[in-house]
Unconditional design. Structure first.
Lengths: 106, 518
């Protein structure tokens, strides 16, 4: 389990307990966090679960894969701390993670 | 979820009356038969959101390898390489991967200005007309232009090729555009692909021809000509039909909810959310099928391996277990996302494009036409095996409504082509090579200058046809409703007593046509 803070685009915070082994995207979708569409259900092909990872956490996540990099190149308003939430696997080590959801995915 | 025997819920996808308003039945399916079994047509169906979503995400149990349309799963036909919507990983991942980078949200959003220009081109001439057709005048036109531009079908010059492609894409003055005619004309694409291979540009066709990728065997290669052709046909079909339906539904649903329409006019910032709500409320693709690869337990019963499973997307979208007041249309809805683009590895590749098109279309529409009244007397709803929506949705705008009262006098149906007229004329025996084997048909045609009328006879019964004549070339279409709703487009050349040519089966590729005079 890890407590993850999702900051929705209007600033509303959702602090949720997400099971280890799940993904940050799945945690959002299961709890109806607004602004995550996740059309492809985590297969890294739609780029609609874009989040900004809190800077303090950037160095603590597993590296991006080539397909994720390619898609991040193509999201709306990418930033250096952009990630696809479906590619961030939840573990105890991510307890306290903060992600911010962009104003638009598409 | 007990079923009371006398009124057990019945549903099948082949009844037009049912498709007029399927939602009461869907509601009953969700409540009374969440795993529905139809013996007559031999399929299962799931209708609750959770079940539909789970099936989309379990691609190993619910496979796309035999197609995503009930009839195709049953026909168990060979799927050509590159038809990635009908493949499973790893081939699917490879083929789709080639296109994924092209259809990303940002690249689609970059098209916005050009999409807007196509909308303006469609809508400006309609201002002041008092009446227009959401589908024929707009919904069928704009998406075709956009996908044509994306693929790189030229808007000017390139004489020889351009004329062919453009002929397929042009609507006749004063006549509604035939979407299928525009999008499925394989011959135009074939020649254009060959031309494009020699004359690269910055369009998608060029990108497809030049992209190198690692295929499922690990080899690095380019797409074959056939794969490119399949991609292009698939994209042209998918890019047209679905968005066309979305625009039709926009006219219908906003026409039914004038208060919400007025809100959108006042506050266009609501439009992106309205697009999502329209997609949820009336999804252009209401049902998707999968092939069941192993016995699977659902709601206490076993669905056996080898079954066909229908996922009722349109039902899932209104499931009250997930959507509060799911049957209510609300442009302010902030609930969880709909499932109209599917989920999982086969989730709609063009969803970003569809969203931009929908958003821009509604914006430009409402700027010019803040209110309208749908002319239901002359509207036509149809449901094929893949999409449900309006073939025609005429509406009265501005003072058109006043004129409507006078115009309400029944317009005579399309000029009847009497079957009797086809008793004479030329008689032909035709053989078609189709994905499911050879089909034999007979045709009678009566020439009349540059056009002809006649009939075709086959397993489907007798159907009237009309077509065009150019020298020794004949072209015509035939709409079948059985075994599936599909439009066949014929292009034939007559040499003496022999006919040869091609037939296109909607978006499912083409085959050879041969015939002899009898």
């Amino acid at each position: 389990m890890a407590m993850i803070t999702y900051v929705e685009f209007d600033g509303r915070e959702r602090v949720l307990d997400i099971a280890a082994g799940s993904s940050v995207m799945q945690g959002a979708v299961n709890n109806n966090v607004r602004g995550i569409i996740a059309e492809c259900g985590g297969s890294c092909s739609c780029a609609t679960c874009h989040v900004y990872v809190d800077e303090a956490w950037m160095g603590r996540l597993a590296n991006k894969t080539e397909p994720e990099n390619a898609l991040l190149d193509a999201v709306c308003a990418p930033r250096p701390n952009s990630r696809l939430a479906c590619q961030i696997e939840v573990s105890e080590a991510l307890d306290g993670l903060i992600v911010r959801i962009p104003a638009k995915q598409v | 979820m007990s079923t009371t025997a006398p009124a057990a819920v019945y549903w099948d996808p082949y009844r037009p009356d049912f498709w007029m308003d399927p939602y009461p039945t869907f509601r009953r399916l969700r409540e009374e038969a969440p795993l529905y079994r139809n013996e007559q047509y031999d399929f299962y169906a799931v209708s609750r959101f959770a079940d539909v979503e789970a099936a989309f995400n379990d691609r190993e149990t619910f496979s796309s390898s035999r197609g995503d349309i009930l009839e195709y799963i049953k026909a168990d036909m060979d799927i050509p390489s590159g038809m990635f919507i009908w493949e499973d990983p790893p081939a699917h991942s490879v083929h789709r991967g080639v296109l994924t980078r092209v259809f990303t949200p940002r690249r689609m959003n970059e098209l916005e200005q050009r999409i807007r220009a196509f909308c303006v081109r469609c809508l400006d001439p309609l201002v002041g007309a008092g009446r227009f057709d959401f589908v024929a005048d707009f919904g069928a036109e704009m998406p075709m232009r956009v996908i044509g531009m994306l693929l790189g079908i030229p808007e000017e010059d390139q004489v020889g090729i351009r004329e062919k492609v453009d002929a397929a894409l042009r609507t006749e003055a004063g006549k509604p555009l035939e979407v299928s005619q525009a999008s499925y004309k394989g011959a135009g694409f074939e020649e254009y692909i060959d031309w494009r291979a020699k004359h690269p540009s910055d369009d998608l066709m060029t990108e497809l021809l030049q992209t190198e990728f690692q295929d499922e065997t690990g080899a690095r290669r380019k797409l074959t000509r056939q794969e490119v052709l399949i991609f292009v046909n698939l994209l042209a079909g998918a890019g047209n039909e679905t968005t066309t339906r979305l625009i039709g539904w926009t006219g219908k649903v906003l026409g039914d909810h004038p208060d919400q329409r007025a809100e959108l006019v006042k506050n266009p910032a609501l439009i992106p959310n309205a697009v999502e709500e329209l997609l949820r409320y009336e999804p252009p693709g209401p049902a998707v099928a999968r092939y069941v690869t192993r016995d699977v337990e659902l709601h206490g019963r076993t669905v056996p391996k080898g079954s066909a499973m229908l996922m009722l997307v349109a039902s899932a979208n209104r499931d009250e277990r997930r959507y509060e007041n799911g049957e209510r249309f609300d442009v302010h809805r902030q609930g969880p996302p709909h499932i109209s683009f599917g989920r999982g590895v086969h989730a709609c590749l063009g969803s970003a494009l569809a969203r931009v098109e929908g958003r821009v279309a509604i914006d430009e529409l409402l700027k010019r036409f803040p209110s309208w009244t749908v002319d239901f007397d002359n509207a036509k709803l149809s449901s094929t095996s893949t999409v449900r929506g309006w073939d025609n949705l005429p509406a009265f705008i501005g003072d058109g409504l006043a004129r409507a009262a006078r115009a309400r006098a029944p317009q005579s149906a399309a000029p009847a082509q009497s079957a009797a007229a086809a008793q004479d004329g030329e008689a032909w025996e035709l053989a078609l090579s189709t994905p499911v084997g050879q089909q034999n048909l007979s045709a009678r045609i009566v020439r009349n200058g540059a056009t002809f009328t006649g009939t075709m006879t086959g397993e489907m019964g007798v159907q009237d046809i009309t077509g065009k004549i150019a020298g020794n070339k004949l072209s015509w279409t035939l709409s079948l409703t059985k075994p599936m709703a599909i439009k066949l487009s014929f292009d034939a050349t007559v040499e003496g007593d022999a006919m040869s040519g091609k037939v296109r089966f909607g978006m499912f590729g083409g085959g050879a046509l041969s015939g002899k005079r009898i």
